[in-house]
Design a protein around this ligand. Structure first.
Ligand code: GAL
Length: 344
C-alpha cells in the first residue's frame, strides 16, 4: 500500500495512525474532535493550507477555501479548496484559483488573501472574491473569479476597487436569506469597514452606487479588519479584529438590524484567559451550524506564525448565544459538534 493510500485508509478506520513527515507515528485529527491551535492534517496526511479562509456549504458538502502558504507569504500557489462532509475530515481538492491565473503583480511579490466563495443560484456559478495586492499592499483590489464547479478551476473576471479608489483589503462575502449578497471589507487604508451590495451575478457592486442605499461606511474610522459576518434571529453581526498585522488583538462584535446599518459597536465577545488576544487568533469566518438541536455558530480564526506562515494554525471554537450574556467565545482545548446538540 502506498503511504498516501495508507493514510486514507487510516482516516476511515479506527486506528487513525499515520506516518508524519518525520516518519514517526502521529495521530491524525480524525477523532471527530476539533483541536484548536494544533497541526490539522488533510486526508493525505498533509497540514491543511487554507489560511484566511471561509466555508461554502453546497449540496451536503462543506468546501473550505483559503490561502495556500506552502511557499510562504507571497502568492506562489493561490487559493486552495478542501471538502468535507463532517467538518473534521478534509480532503484536498487542489488549487481553486491558481496564482498563475491572476495578473503578474499579484503573484511573485504580490499576495492573494482571504479568498471566499458563494454560490449564485440564478447563474449557477460559484463566485470567488479575494483581496489581491501588489508588493507592499500598494494596489489593494478585489479579485473576482467564477467557476462552474465548487472546486474550480476559477477564472478571474476582474480586479478593481469596488468603491472609488478606496483600498480593498481584509474581506468577506455574505449571502443573505433573501438571496442578496454583500462584500464586507476593510477600506480607507483599513480605517473603515465598507459593506457593498453585489449585482445579480455577484461579480461586482450593484450599480449605480448609492451611498446609504447600495453601500455603506459601516464602521467608520475604527481601524477594524478580518471581518466575519453572520445573522442570528434576523439580526446581523460582524466579528472583527483590530489592526496589528499578524499579531493577535482584541476582537469586537458589532451588530445591526439591517445589513446596511446603522451598525452598533459592541464589546469583545471573548471571555476568559487570553480573551484580549482572541485566544491567539484573528477572525476569518463564522459558520452557522444547522442540523443540530441547539444550533449555533462556529468561529474560525487564524493563529498566524509570521516566521513560518505555512505552519500557521487554525483556531475553531463554538460560538454560542445565551439570552443573558449574548454571544460569547470561550476557549476549548478540544471539542466536538455535540456542543450544538443532537443531530436532527
Ligand atoms: C493582517 C491581515 C492579514 C494579512 C496580514 C499581513 O492584518 O489580517 O490578512 O494581510 O495583516 O501583515
Amino acid at each position: 500500500m502506498q503511504r498516501r493510500d495508507f493514510l486514507k485508509a487510516a482516516v476511515g478506520g479506527a486506528a487513525l495512525l499515520g506516518l508524519g513527515d518525520t516518519g514517526r507515528a502521529q495521530t491524525l485529527p480524525s477523532d471527530r474532535k476539533f483541536h484548536p491551535g494544533e497541526v490539522w492534517r488533510d486526508t493525505d496526511g498533509k497540514p491543511i493550507q487554507a489560511h484566511g479562509g471561509g466555508i461554502l456549504y453546497h449540496a451536503g458538502v462543506f468546501y473550505w477555501y483559503g490561502e495556500d502558504k506552502t511557499q510562504g507569504y507571497n502568492n506562489k500557489v493561490g487559493a486552495s479548496c478542501y471538502s468535507s462532509r463532517d467538518l473534521y475530515t478534509w480532503k484536498h481538492e487542489g488549487t481553486a484559483l491558481a496564482a498563475s491565473a491572476v495578473p503578474k503583480q499579484f503573484q511573485d511579490t504580490g499576495v492573494l488573501e482571504r479568498p471566499k466563495v458563494i454560490y449564485n443560484a440564478k447563474t449557477r456559478k460559484f463566485v470567488l472574491w479575494a483581496h489581491l495586492d501588489a508588493n507592499g499592499y500598494s494596489e489593494s483590489v478585489a479579485g473576482v473569479a467564477i467557476s462552474d464547479s465548487p472546486t474550480g478551476p476559477f477564472t478571474l473576471l476582474s480586479h478593481s476597487h469596488p468603491i472609488g479608489t478606496s483600498t480593498y483589503r481584509d474581506m468577506n462575502l455574505f449571502l443573505d436569506t433573501d438571496g442578496s449578497a454583500y462584500s464586507i471589507y476593510s477600506a480607507e487604508d483599513n480605517a473603515t469597514i465598507y459593506i457593498v451590495r453585489l449585482n445579480e451575478e455577484f461579480t461586482g457592486p450593484e450599480m449605480p452606487l448609492v451611498e446609504g442605499k447600495t453601500w455603506v461606511r459601516a464602521i467608520p474610522r475604527h481601524w477594524r479588519e478580518a471581518p466575519a459576518p453572520f445573522k442570528h434571529k434576523g439580526r446581523y453581526y460582524l466579528f472583527t479584529s483590530g489592526t496589528s498585522g499578524w499579531d493577535p488583538n482584541a476582537a469586537m462584535l458589532a451588530s445591526a438590524d439591517h445589513i446596511l446599518g446603522p451598525w452598533i459597536l459592541g464589546d469583545n465577545p471573548c471571555v476568559g484567559p487570553d480573551a484580549e488576544k482572541t485566544f491567539h487568533s484573528q477572525s476569518t469566518f463564522v459558520l452557522p451550524i444547522t442540523g443540530r438541536s441547539h444550533g449555533g455558530f462556529l468561529y474560525m480564526g487564524d493563529r498566524w506564525k509570521p516566521q513560518d506562515l505555512a505552519d500557521s494554525r487554525y483556531v475553531w471554537l463554538p460560538f454560542e448565544f445565551d439570552a443573558n450574556t449574548g454571544f460569547q467565545l470561550t476557549w476549548h482545548e478540544t471539542w466536538d459538534l455535540s456542543i450544538f446538540g443532537k443531530p436532527l
